[in-house]
Design a protein around this ligand. Sequence first.
Ligand code: ZN
Ligand code: ZN
Length: 361
Amino acid sequence: MPNIPPSLQSLQTALQKANIDLLVVGPTANMRYLLHYLPHADERLCLLLVWSDQARIVTPELNAADFAAHTDLPLYRWVDADGPRRALSDALAGLPARRLAVDGGMRADFLLHLLQVTAPEQVIPAADLLTPLRARKSEAEIEALARAAAQADRAMQAAVDACRPGATEAEVAWAAEAAFRKDGAESVTFTLVASGPNGASPHHNTGSRRLAPGDAVVIDIGASLNGYQSDITRMVFLGDPPPAFRQAYQAVLEANRQARAAVRPGVPAQEIDRTARRVLDEAGYGPYFIHRTGHGLGLEIHEPPWIMEGNTEPLAPGMVFSVEPGVYLPGEFGIRIEDIVAVTETGGRTLTGFSHELVVK
Ligand code: ZN
Ligand code: ZN
């Protein structure tokens, strides 16, 4: 019998309960979650097929040796000259495929191949079955996220050090990116640096603007370490911060603190959002907090649970998400303070460790 990772076993139990014949994932975070391995992904058809009692892989011959080194599931190989259709048909032969669950992140042309071979009666998103499993991280996953968060702390220090009048946003972003890479990050997911009025756009595209005295600088960075993501935001102020800025900073920091303190099992996800929003409302910044309070993260940078109004799902041990309240004043500045929190048996554990004090340079 092949050696089946626990995540794949749990999924097989879920398939049985949901009465789904076959779940199919492409080379996405879902495959990485189920196999603890992610092959090189390109236009060549590559699928993991999961039934309640077995699993098979369809792979281009080019990736077969790498797959074989990471899993002993049966491989159905194909070469470029033949195309994938026969390997896919062979992998599906004699097994049920009327009720399908399909990875939403799979390429559309992979799905077309699959639908042509299986002609299913019903297709549901694989997320319906995978999200509840992936949302509750194992201890090993939480430690991986803690290591990623510690790496982001170090990259944040490099970005903070690079902030000075005359430096461009891109140069500060590069300091963080280089720090991540030298520190062994698998890939750098984003390095957002928004200076002065640019900070008022939460998704500003880091550019060539030069930092100047009087600028507030939003630094929001994240990378993948051994597959697990980091995400942290801190603020730098160049020069002497005016009272209006200090006041807003204190309000955002208090929103961040109170929201993190509210984390414990059983609390609805929206309560964390409400806690942050209440603090900013009371301080008069309610209209300027223009996004949800947070998002889950794990193998992907944004994944459930969503920390927002309307999400009544109770928090549970093992969930990991960001707490990132912000205030955005158009034409003036933006402020965001972001941490990553893991739900424990009794409360919340903040994985990011960088100081919350405003950095004044
Ligand atoms: Zn972020
Ligand atoms: Zn985030």
